[in-house]
Ligand binder design. Structure first.
Ligand code: ADP
Length: 258
């Protein structure tokens, strides 16, 4: 996409020449389109739980609900408001990363220790889903922003539990190497179809919208992972087999940009 800026050069009323400036505005237009799409998606994602909450509250207010059904309505309102909170938190994290992580302080972080803490936090959720989590590997320090790395590992492990199957497992491993340190989150879950693999890192892209919503997904988890990896100059590899599981590797280079 090219914008033409023509600037004729006048000399004593005679045109002596013209300056033609070609500006490639593809990136600029794409950025604007993505921002417009994001705003439309956010509005829709916020409106859905809010409409549900408002509808249920109205029914209770008008006294239409039988007393024995009130608890069920309260649980639904609670679940929808939790979804709203998760969504707003993810939007805040994403916008902070969008600004290139300005003001975020890099420091040495042990990925193995971080993975153990994250797995520990997810233990109760995993137990309820009948999924086991194990962490293995060796201590490995990377230069990073602790809160951002924590969110990245949490989102990966959370997905590995959410999209798993009863009796399944999640293995998180940290392998320090000569040129890079690799953090791997592997699950024995439902897998990601071939045609969706490139798109799951896009904002609000879900393979199965209703399944993701039902289990509390915001659709922003992997976009946050993508931005968090970029902030640490890390590469992401995704392998998946339908019905067998998904493996995501984050490769941190030994020499990170400062
Ligand atoms: P969500 O909040 O919906 O989980 P994410 O951005 O974290 O959003 O992931 C995008 C989509 O990618 C999910 O809705 C799901 O369809 C798919 N996905 C992510 N991680 C996994 C996984 N480990 N196994 C299978 N599908 C996954």
């Amino acid at each position: 996409c090219v914008q033409l800026l023509a600037d004729p050069v006048f000399h004593e009323t005679q045109v002596e020449g013209a300056v033609l400036v070609l500006v490639d505005i593809t990136a600029q237009e794409q950025g604007e389109r993505l921002r417009r799409e994001f705003t439309a998606n956010v509005s829709h994602e916020l409106k859905t739980p809010l409409t549900a909450i408002s509808g249920m509250a109205e029914i209770i207010k008008d006294g239409i609900v039988k007393p024995e059904d009130i608890n069920g309505f309260a649980s639904d309102i609670y679940r929808e408001s939790q979804r709203l909170i998760a969504l707003v938190e993810d939007i805040i994290h994403l916008s902070r990363l969008d600004e290139g992580g300005d003001g975020l302080k890099m420091e040495p972080v042990d990925l193995l220790e971080l993975a153990r803490q994250t797995a520990g936090r997810l233990e109760p959720v995993a137990r309820r889903a009948e999924v086991s989590i194990q962490v293995k590997g060796s201590p490995a320090k990377v230069c990073g922003v602790p809160a951002v790395l924590d969110e990245m590992v949490f989102n990966l492990c959370d997905n590995a539990v959410k999209y798993n199957q009863r009796g399944g497992s999640v293995t998180v491993s940290v392998e320090p190497g000569e040129h890079e340190t690799v953090l791997t989150v592997a699950d024995t879950g439902i897998g990601i179809p071939d045609q969706d693999r490139d798109r799951v890192f896009e904002r609000f892209y879900r393979v199965d919208k209703s399944h993701s919503r039902q289990i509390g997904g915001t659709g922003l988890g992997l976009s946050i992972v993508k931005h968090a990896a970029a902030l640490h100059d890390a590469r992401i590899d995704l392998d998946s087999a339908l019905g067998k599981g998904t493996t995501i590797r984050i490769r941190f280079p030994k020499e990170q940009k400062q």
